[in-house]
Design a protein around this ligand. Structure first.
Ligand code: SF4
Length: 344
């Protein structure tokens, strides 16, 4: 019943002209699904089109240098998604002869593909009867069935997956899946859902009990641990020194500002750069919040005059200031640089 209502609703009200809806190519669907994991449709469209222009096939992505992939991802944030895309493309090239797998058991083993993403690929690309349960769909089901707990709790999530499975129609799985996504994104919004426009209003427990503002429950707040780091924004003739983060930790593979042990920046500068002189422009602290911790960045912005082009440190570049915007830098670092230079 619910599936039937949603499928009918989609005919009139669903989104049908998104760029990844042109064909059911699993490569296209996969790229769009990964981009949409943490980002709104309106932002994703341009990135998606540019990404496919640069990497039109899964083989072109697998054979690309990871730096190129990161560069194309620049601005979308959550760079782990880009690394996972590349790793998965390589695995599909090497273990599946370049053909996108169409079995759930294979998809779920690929980096960055969870149960919901696998379901979306199987439903859209292979017309298979598999459920999805992204954030929007969790919200719709929680309200529809009046499920009050936070959807990140194992028991609640299990219940939601049960509903997702139960509601699957035997036919029109593609339209049904798209309709669910569309309803969550355009009608059953987090704040102020547009219930009078909703095709499921009669069945919706949260609406009927006037609980839409309480369901779904928010994630319980807890104090995040704080980590401190000292970073240097070193400027030389309108260029900025960047280092490549090669270690397996946060921001791996991205360019960033040098992170140093000492709180006295001149110690590091003297040791690592051939300079005539250096001058501190400003010092301060900025805090970036991540899902599991807060990063308190104690930064020093300084100007140096280097003697020649020689750097003694590996994996560094002097990047012109005007290229910072388009570069693959972590967003808190990009924001910090832009604030220091009062760039928009
Ligand atoms: S009636 Fe309102 S709360 Fe219920 S599913 Fe529809 S939009 Fe969401």
């Amino acid at each position: 019943m619910i599936a039937k209502v949603l499928i009918q609703w989609h005919t009139k009200h669903g989104r049908k002209n998104l760029p990844w809806q042109k064909n059911f190519d699993p490569y296209h669907i996969w790229v769009s699904e990964i981009m949409l994991q943490q980002t709104q449709v309106a932002t994703v469209i341009e990135y998606y089109q540019n990404f496919l222009k640069k990497f039109p096939t899964i083989l072109s992505l697998a054979n690309a240098d990871i730096d190129e992939v990161m560069q194309s991802w620049s601005g979308l944030g959550y760079y782990r998604r880009a690394r996972n895309l590349h790793d998965t493309a390589v695995m599909i090239r090497d273990s599946f002869k370049g053909q996108f797998p169409n079995r759930y058991e294979d998809l779920i083993k690929l980096p960055g593909i969870g149960r919901s993403t696998a379901g979306a690929i199987l439903a859209f690309s292979f017309n298979k009867k598999y459920p999805i349960l992204d954030g929007n769909v969790k919200r719709v089901f929680s309200r529809l069935y009046g499920i009050e707990g936070w959807s990140g709790l194992t028991l609640v999530e299990k219940k939601l997956w049960g509903i997702a499975q139960e509601l699957l129609p035997d036919k029109s799985i593609r339209i049904y899946t798209q309709a669910l996504m569309d309803l969550g994104a355009t009608i059953c919004k987090k704040n102020n859902p547009e219930c009078p426009q909703c095709p499921l209003i009669k069945q919706c427990l949260a609406f009927n009990k006037k609980l839409t503002h309480l369901i779904p429950a928010s994630k319980p707040k807890k104090d995040l641990p704080i980590m401190d780091t000292n970073i240097l924004l070193i400027e030389n003739a309108k260029t900025i020194l960047l280092t490549k983060r090669t270690e397996k930790k946060v921001w791996q593979g991205l360019w960033s500002l040098p992170e140093v042990d000492s709180t006295d920046p001149r110690v590091w500068v003297k040791k690592n750069l051939y300079i005539h002189q250096s001058q501190i422009i400003t010092q301060g602290t900025k805090t970036a919040t991540f899902s599991h911790y807060k990063l308190r960045m104690h930064f020093t912005h300084l100007n140096v005059q280097i003697k020649n082009d020689m750097n003694q440190i590996k994996n560094t570049i002097w990047m012109p200031l005007e290229e910072i915007e388009g570069a693959a830098l972590p967003s808190p670092i990009k924001v910090l640089i832009k604030q220091c230079y009062k760039l928009k």
